[in-house]
Ligand binder design. Structure first.
Ligand code: F6P
Length: 392
C-alpha cells in the first residue's frame, strides 16, 4: 500500500511526532509513505519538479522531539475553499482535479491531513469527493470539539507560556509593575486559563467570560492594597475589550488577524489604576519549540492510530484524545463547533477559589474576590504586628 500525509495551516509542536508515528506504523505493515510539502499545495503539480517525497523510517526516526514540521506547511496558498451564499463550502474544481490526478498517479490508497479546523474542512470536502482521507487534528488553541479533551500542541504552548510568565513575574516584582501578557487561543481561552492558573496570575481575561473593565480595575486596586508588589494579567487575543475584538489590519493584503489587546489593555489599566504597566505579546513562541512529553506521546499515538484507521478503511474520520483513549469522530462533527471554556466549569470555579479575577460582573464573585483580598490584607497586618513584637 502507498499512503500519503500532509500538514496544513498553522504549525504547532508535535507535528513531526505524528509523521514519525505514521511512518513507523506504515513501514511495519510493509507500506510506503509519501509526504507532501507545504500543505495541500503539495498535491498540485509544479513546473519541473514535485512537492512531495518518500518518507522512510531513517528519515523520520526521532523527529518526535523537533518543533515545526519537516514537510513545511502554509496557512494560505492556491488550494482554497469557496463558501457560497448559502454557506456551502466547495473546493475550486481545477484544484480538486489536479489533486485527484496527483493522488491517482501516485497510487495513493489514503491521505492523512494533519491540521486545524480549516484543514479538516478541506479534508472533509476531499472525502466527500470520494477521496480516502482522514483528519489528524492539531492546534495549540485546544478548541477542536467537545469530544476532544486535548489537542497536541496545547500542553507545549501552556508550558512555554508558563515559563515566560514566571520570567515576567520576576521583573514585574522588581519594579512593582503590572504586566499584561497577551497569549494566543483565537476564540477560546484555554491557553490563558491554564497558564493563568499555573503561574498564579491575578487576572485572566478570556473570550468566554466577558469582563467589565471597571470591575477589573477595582479588583486590581484591592489586590494591590494587600501589599502585593506585582500584578500579572493574562489576556487571550480573542477577548473583547469593551465588547470589541482588537485586530491587526494589513490593508495592502486585505488581511485582518487577532492581536493588539495586550498593548491597548496595558495602557488603559495603567491610566485607570495608576500602576506602572507594561505588556508582553508571547505570539509565535507559543507555536514553536520542541513538543513536551505529553504532546509527543499524543501525536505519536495519533500517527499510529491513523494507520490503523486506514487499515480498517475507516475514512472521513478525525482522531480525538478522549480521556486516556484515542477515539474517532466524523470530520463533520469535529468541525461543527469550537470547544470553548465553560464559564461554570470546575476548572473556572477552581481558578476563582485560587483568587483569579475574571472581571465578570456577578456580585457574589466580586464579594468572594474582595473577601479574600480583605483577608489577605488582615493577614499582612498581623504579620507586620508579629514582626514588630519580635523585633522589640
Ligand atoms: O489558530 C492558531 C493560531 O496560533 C491563533 O491562535 C493565532 O491567532 C493564529 O494561529 C496565527 O496564525 P499565523 O501563523 O497565520 O499568524
Amino acid at each position: 500500500m502507498i499512503i500519503g500525509i500532509l500538514n496544513s495551516g498553522g504549525d504547532c509542536p508535535g507535528i513531526n511526532a505524528v509523521i514519525e508515528g505514521y511512518v513507523s506504523a506504515a513501514y511495519r505493515r510493509g507500506w510506503r509513505v509519501i509526504g507532501f510539502h507545504d500543505g495541500f499545495e503539495g498535491l498540485l503539480p509544479v513546473a519541473g519538479g514535485r512537492r512531495y517525497e518518500t518518507l522512510t523510517p531513517d528519515k523520520t526516526h526521532q523527529i518526535r522531539s523537533f518543533g515545526g514540521t519537516i514537510l513545511g506547511t502554509t496557512s494560505t496558498g492556491n488550494f482554497k475553499i469557496h463558501i457560497n451564499k448559502l454557506g456551502r463550502a466547495s473546493i475550486d474544481t481545477d484544484m480538486l482535479a489536479k489533486a485527484k490526478k496527483t493522488i491517482t498517479a501516485l497510487g495513493l490508497e489514503a491521505l492523512a491531513v494533519v491540521g486545524g479546523s480549516g484543514s479538516a474542512r478541506t479534508a472533509s470536502l476531499l472525502a466527500d469527493e470520494g477521496l480516502p482521507v482522514i483528519s489528524i487534528p492539531k492546534t495549540i488553541n485546544n478548541d477542536l470539539c467537545e469530544a476532544s479533551d486535548y489537542t497536541f500542541g496545547f500542553q507545549s504552548a501552556v508550558t512555554t507560556v508558563t515559563e515566560s510568565i514566571d520570567r515576567i513575574r520576576t521583573t514585574a516584582n522588581s519594579h512593582q509593575r503590572m504586566m499584561v501578557v497577551e497569549v494566543m487561543g483565537d476564540q477560546s481561552g484555554w491557553i490563558a486559563l491554564h497558564s493563568g492558573i499555573s503561574t498564579a496570575a491575578d487576572v485572566v481575561l478570556i473570550p468566554e467570560i466577558p469582563f467589565d473593565l471597571q470591575n477589573v480595575v477595582e479588583c486590581i486596586k484591592a489586590r494591590k492594597a494587600t501589599g502585593q508588589r506585582e500584578i500579572i494579567v493574562v489576556v487571550c487575543e480573542g477577548a473583547r475589550l469593551n465588547g470589541e475584538l482588537i485586530t491587526i489590519r494589513n490593508k495592502d493584503k486585505g488581511e485582518e488577524r487577532l492581536g493588539g489587546i495586550g498593548n491597548r489593555l496595558s495602557r488603559m489599566l495603567q491610566e485607570l489604576t495608576g500602576i506602572e504597566t507594561r505588556y508582553c505579546v508571547l505570539g509565535h513562541t507559543q507555536r514553536g519549540g520542541s513538543p513536551c512529553a505529553f504532546d509527543r506521546i499524543t501525536a505519536l499515538r495519533f500517527g499510529v492510530e491513523a494507520v490503523k484507521l486506514i487499515e480498517r478503511r475507516e475514512y472521513g474520520k478525525t482522531l480525538v484524545l478522549n480521556g486516556p483513549n484515542v477515539n474517532t469522530v466524523s470530520i463533520e462533527e469535529a468541525v461543527r463547533s469550537l470547544r470553548l471554556v465553560h464559564p461554570d466549569s470546575q476548572l473556572v470555579r477552581t481558578a476563582r477559589d485560587l483568587g483569579i479575577i475574571f472581571g465578570d460582573r456577578s456580585p457574589d464573585r466580586l464579594m468572594s474576590e474582595r473577601a479574600m483580598d480583605t483577608a489577605a490584607k488582615a493577614t499582612k497586618k498581623c504579620r507586620k504586628k508579629a514582626c514588630k513584637t519580635e523585633s522589640a
